[in-house]
Design a protein around this ligand. Structure first.
Ligand code: G3P
Length: 225
């Protein structure tokens, strides 16, 4: 499972990149708005920081297919290869996806709430379909189950599209999809950092350090004892 950062704040992206094995960055219009910066300024800075090898996902905001296609061309020309254009999974979006796929532009089908949205997007050529786990839960359905259904539908129909699960609020949601082997999950920095925020872990490591210092001296390590 690829692990992607769902954020557009450079300081938070840099912090997560320093410590964790992440594969790229996703954004959406709300996340860009929260950054308070001009869209292409922040997106180009993210691209420069993560490099050409990492995935960057950027959403189109037009209501019609023609506008989505125009946005996708600009997004990929500004931000380079390995940039996925997030296209909403509704009729105008499917129309845009077919055109973009024919042009070789990478697509992430977004705003996925049902398995059949994802199936249609996959048949239109999307590389990823992004079910919104927590938002589905909040509607009284089971977001994890929806993501698993989508994963199974792709595999059972010989589709190459992968799940890119989004909208996580806790570690358990991420664990379940990691265990199931979905293609990718995009997660806010606080949820990524929460994966190892556990006093039992830090206490265990502190005990080892104290025991070693008791043996070899304060400040000593295996490099200088
Ligand atoms: O872009 C989709 C996803 O990032 C939404 O997450 O936390 O706003 O439900 P959230």
């Amino acid at each position: 499972m690829k692990l992607i950062i769902d954020d557009a704040h450079m300081d938070r992206i840099k912090r997560v990149y320093e410590f964790y094995p992440v594969d790229g960055v996703t954004t959406n219009p709300t996340i860009l708005a929260e950054s308070g910066r001009a869209p292409y300024d922040v997106l180009k800075e993210i691209r420069r920081f993560i490099g050409d090898g990492a995935q960057l996902h950027v959403q189109a905001v037009s209501r019609d297919a023609k506008g989505m296609v125009e946005e996708a061309r600009r997004i990929t020309s500004e931000l380079g290869g390995n940039t996925f254009v997030k296209v909403p999974s509704l009729p105008e979006g499917f129309k845009a996806m077919k055109k973009l796929h024919a042009e070789g532009i990478l697509i992430t089908a977004t705003a996925v709430y049902t398995p059949m949205q994802a199936f249609l997007a996959a048949k239109c050529g999307a590389s990823y379909a992004a079910p919104y786990i927590n938002r589905i839960d909040n509607m009284g359905y089971n977001g994890i189950q929806v993501a698993k259904h989508i994963h199974d539908i792709f595999r059972n129909n010989g589709l190459k599209t992968e799940v890119l699960a989004a909208s996580f609020k806790n570690s358990q949601q991420l664990l379940e999809l990691c265990e199931y082997g979905v293609g990718a999950s995009t997660v806010a920095p606080d949820v990524i950092e929460g994966l190892v925020k556990n006093t039992a872990i830090t206490a265990a490591v502190e005990d080892f350090i104290k025991d070693f210092e008791g043996l070899a001296g304060i400040g000593k390590t295996m490099a200088n004892c």
